[in-house]
Design a protein around this ligand. Structure first.
Ligand SMILES: [Zn+2]
Ligand SMILES: [Zn+2]
Length: 357
């Protein structure tokens, strides 16, 4: 298995970000990421996908899209769309239609910032996902960098403090997003979780200072998706893009908050007598199965079955546990960083099914 680090949900000058593709590529080369996916608002920018290289580093820049109905007030139901060659923003008025259109063309849909509340201080409105009746979407953006900022900032003093020390912001996915994900999983659905930067690199000017708030490089070192694929990236865009979207779609991945410590090397598998499954896979449960977890370093570890923690302990770097119940199993790990316990790793589930013979 190869591990590829993918940072997604980034805005450029083609919508409301301040950086162009060239700037973003340069910033990505300085961080420990392999792939960056751009998702501008309601525009799929054509002809910009590229590999960039510098010394022994190589980064792939891909283009997706963040689609939402601009006539809708308030502005809810934002959708991240990946893997399409065509524009689908014209279907934004009906989220189910949008999902169906994307599925028909073999693309992926993730409900963006499913919970993101208003921040009146900056005229930011509530853009929570509302149309939960939709079906057939790939997954949800479980952890969004900007949603969290809007939740923790309550006044200008805090806003300035976080702008200067952005690494104090990330704590964990919003509890509402985690609860919703568990609810969907427990209902028997396969729902892939991703983390999104929602980067804009906004330029903020005040009387005494001028500052880029949350520059791209900060984001590329912060909330990433670690994809597990069969073979290394080849340098051929069409081949690599397909491999990346396959892993993202299936949930052969975990979310890593890479700023406190790199999450590279995390392993979560389940094995029965015949085979070994990893994140995003289904495993048949016959007589039983064994889950195996390996963390890159010691941390607080939690194992969750259908939304209920079945194991948790601090100072752990591995665990083997036998199971005999079907359902969705997933892993969370937490680290102490800047005086607080913070979410570090959130795995996608392994779906354990009872076989009927
Ligand atoms: Zn959005
Ligand atoms: Zn966005």
């Amino acid at each position: 298995m190869e591990e590829i680090v993918c940072n997604l949900h980034n805005h450029t000058i083609y919508s409301d970000g301040t950086g162009d593709y060239t700037h973003i590529a340069q910033e990505a080369l300085k961080a420990d990421v392999d792939v960056v996916i751009i998702t501008d608002h309601n525009v799929r920018v054509k002809g910009m996908e590229r590999y960039v290289e510098e010394n022994d580093r190589r980064v792939l820049i891909l283009t997706g899209e963040e689609v939402h109905d601009q006539d809708r007030m308030p502005q809810k139901n934002h959708m991240l769309v990946f893997g399409l060659e065509r524009e689908v923003a014209q279907f934004a008025y009906d989220p189910q239609k949008l999902i169906d259109q994307v599925n028909r063309s073999g693309g992926l849909t993730f409900l963006a910032h499913p919970y993101e509340y208003a921040l009146p201080l900056f005229n930011e409105t509530d853009i929570t996902w509302e149309s939960w009746e939709v079906e057939g979407f790939t997954g949800i953006e479980l952890w969004n960098g900007f949603s969290e900022f809007k939740t923790v900032v309550r006044n200008m003093r805090q806003a300035i403090m976080y702008a200067f020390v952005p690494q104090r912001i990330p704590h964990q996915p919003l509890p509402q997003a985690l609860a919703k994900w568990d609810e969907l999983l427990t209902g028997g659905r396969q729902v892939t979780a991703v983390a999104g930067s929602d980067s804009h690199a906004l330029n903020y000017r005040a009387v005494f200072f001028r500052k880029t708030i949350f520059p791209y490089r900060y984001h590329f070192s912060t909330l990433n998706n670690h994809l597990l694929v069969q073979s290394p990236l080849t340098g051929k865009i069409s081949h690599d893009r397909e491999m990346i979207y396959q892993a993202l779609g299936k949930g052969a991945s975990f979310i890593g908050y890479d700023l406190p410590a790199s999450t590279r090397g995390f392993i979560f598998t389940a094995e029965n007598n015949e085979t070994t499954a990893s994140m995003g896979d289904e495993l048949n449960l016959e007589s039983g199965a064994t889950l195996r977890i390996k963390l890159p370093q010691k941390a607080f570890l939690r194992l969750i079955h259908n939304g209920i923690p079945i194991f948790e302990a601090g100072n752990m770097d591995h665990l083997a546990k036998t199971i005999n119940k079907s359902g969705a199993y997933r892993v969370e790990a937490y680290l102490d960083f800047l005086g607080k316990k913070r979410g570090w790793i959130f795995s996608n589930p392994i779906y354990v099914r009872k076989v009927r013979r």
